[in-house]
Design a protein around this ligand. Structure first.
Ligand code: NAD
Length: 495
């Protein structure tokens, strides 16, 4: 059995803790590797390596840091298929989807290559007589990232390229369910010439996370995962004085108005509801059908859902892979049972799926006549289950969305600019698509939800990512020619 180790101070290491967790092949159900689970001593070793590397790295010129990011970027591009295969083999998503994840991650590295521009400060000449004022930003220190299983390459790439390009050192604790891609990323950083200790990977579970949250030498924590853990990470790490951004779960609604292009809306619902087997934080899990659009929409989505080719992620022709683990499979099946018991209309039942594999497969599932008090509406199922809620008006749809605590993304399908504008101004959600179902902002904008989908002030990557991993200094300076007349005790004002 292969054992997946940590990467600390420029090399792989088994560390001290001998606890392990199984890494599944979700397409076959096979236990394909064991991943080591770090204890506090292993986390401490990674933090010490990152701390030792910090002074040299923070002082490395911004042009050299940028060149290193370019070299790393080219290596990630060269190994994109290797990384995508690793992601598909451990997560289960289809290869083309894994490639898409890598390309979106690569775009954040592209953005980080522009760090000389992004770190430019401000300068004001002569703010008072003979006085200039300027500001610049410096790194925080050792930063940590704790990431979920569903984007094992992209979500860490929301964090480490920007943290490192801005002069910090980094300790990544990826999901223990699909850990391998992070080790290849560490090797690529080393090949690009990143000094030892600047990027470290510790694998683990709650024990490693708690050791990160409590470590006195970690300045900042970036977290992405489910809402209860995001809340916990935010509370515990801020109590220790750290800067924290913690992105949580989602229940994303797509509103379909009667004037929408129905075929397009149905295609987009299929892509966003069942792509990656619904295991995306920007998946559409609720379709809000306004007025008489409901009947025809459900009919179209049903036909298209039944035509999806479900199979192993690495098999050519598969459009949707398995879910990540046996526990996820059981949870999703449980929700389908619960929807039926609560009285929702089960239009397509993913439990009927006929695949010739032993993996963790559940097919596309569609519920109609779902109401807001049902579990299948309230909870994040994180599987290929789409719930249709029927409402009478756009205003009712907006009220429904604003009544939900999870506020990551949402979308509207309409031919009316006026309706779209009302929607984008009224919904209390962080990321909005207009005829776009998965409105993930590009790397040069920032990614984040509202309400229980984000704890902390900063969104990920883009300008907010740069702000998160740096802090500003403002310098007021003058170079007087003559000695002055003595102290003046007034609060100084500009002259
Ligand atoms: P998760 O919350 O179970 O795990 C996330 C990370 O926290 C992992 O590294 C895990 O090891 C760690 N962890 C798990 N339980 C812990 C505990 N009790 N104490 C401390 N640490 C713990 O999430 P997941 O199942 O890996 O990922 C799916 C979730 O992530 C979904 O809720 C999804 O919506 C969310 N997600 C959100 C975004 C976003 O941008 N908002 C992006 C991707 C995923």
């Amino acid at each position: 059995m292969r054992t997946i180790k940590h990467w600390i101070d420029g090399r792989d290491t088994a560390g001290e803790s001998s606890r392990t967790a199984p890494v599944w092949n979700p397409a076959t159900g096979e236990h394909q590797a064991d991943v080591l689970l770090a204890g506090p001593a292993d986390v401490d070793a990674a933090v010490r390596a990152a701390r030792t590397a910090l002074a040299g790295w923070a002082d490395t010129s911004v042009m050299r840091r940028s060149r290193l990011m370019f070299a790393f970027r080219n290596l990630v591009e060269k190994h994109l298929d290797d990384l995508a295969r690793m992601v598909s083999a451990e997560h289960g998503k289809v290869l083309e989807d894994a490639r898409g994840e890598l390309i979106r991650g690569l775009e954040v590295i592209d953005f980080a290559c522009g760090i000389p521009h992004l770190l430019k400060g401000e300068y004001s000449d002569q703010v008072s007589t003979d006085v200039d004022l300027f500001s610049f930003r410096q790194p925080l220190g050792v930063c940590a990232g704790i990431t979920p299983f569903n984007f094992p390459a992209m979500v860490p790439m929301w964090m480490h390229p920007i943290a490192i390009a801005t002069g910090n050192t980094f300790v990544l604790k990826p999901s223990e369910r699909d850990p391998s891609a992070s080790n290849l990323v560490a090797e690529l950083y080393a090949e690009a010439g990143l000094p030892d200790g600047v990027f470290n990977v510790v694998h683990g579970d709650k024990v490693a996370v708690d050791a990160i949250l409590d470590h006195p030498d970690i300045a900042a924590v970036s977290f992405v995962g489910s809402t209860p853990i995001a809340r916990y990470v935010h509370e515990r790490a801020t109590a220790g004085g750290k800067r924290v951004q913690a992105l949580g779960g989602a229940k994303n609604h797509a509103v379909v108005l009667p004037d929408a292009d129905l075929d397009l809306a149905a295609d987009q619902l299929i892509a966003a509801g069942y792509g990656s087997a619904g295991q995306r934080c920007m998946a559409i899990s609720v379709a809000v059908a306004v007025g008489d659009v409901a009947g025809p929409l459900v009919k179209l989505v049903r036909e298209k859902a039944q035509a999806i080719k479900v199979g192993p992620g690495l098999r050519a022709g598969s459009e949707m892979g398995p879910v990540v683990s046996p526990e996820a499979l059981e949870r999703i099946r449980g929700y389908i049972r619960s929807g039926v018991t609560a009285g929702a209309d089960l239009v397509v039942d993913g439990r009927d799926l006929d695949v010739q594999e032993d993996g963790f497969f559940v097919g596309p599932t569609l519920f109609d006549h779902v109401t807001p008090e049902m579990d299948v509406y309230r909870d994040e199922i994180f599987g290929p289950v789409v719930a249709v809620v029927r409402v009478g008006s756009l205003e009712e749809a907006i009220d429904l969305i604003n009544g939900n605590d999870l506020a990551n993304g949402t979308a509207i399908f309409t031919a009316s600019g006026r309706a779209a504008r009302l929607f984008q101004r009224s919904v209390q959600v962080g990321m909005i698509g207009v005829n776009v179902p998965i409105p993930v902002p590009m790397a040069f904008y920032s990614f984040g939800g509202w309400k229980q989908s984000l704890f902390g002030a900063h969104h990920m990557h883009g300008p907010e990512g740069v702000a998160f991993y740096t802090r500003a200094k403002a310098v007021t300076s003058r170079w007087p020619e003559d000695a002055e007349d003595g102290p003046d005790l007034h609060f100084p004002t500009a002259v």
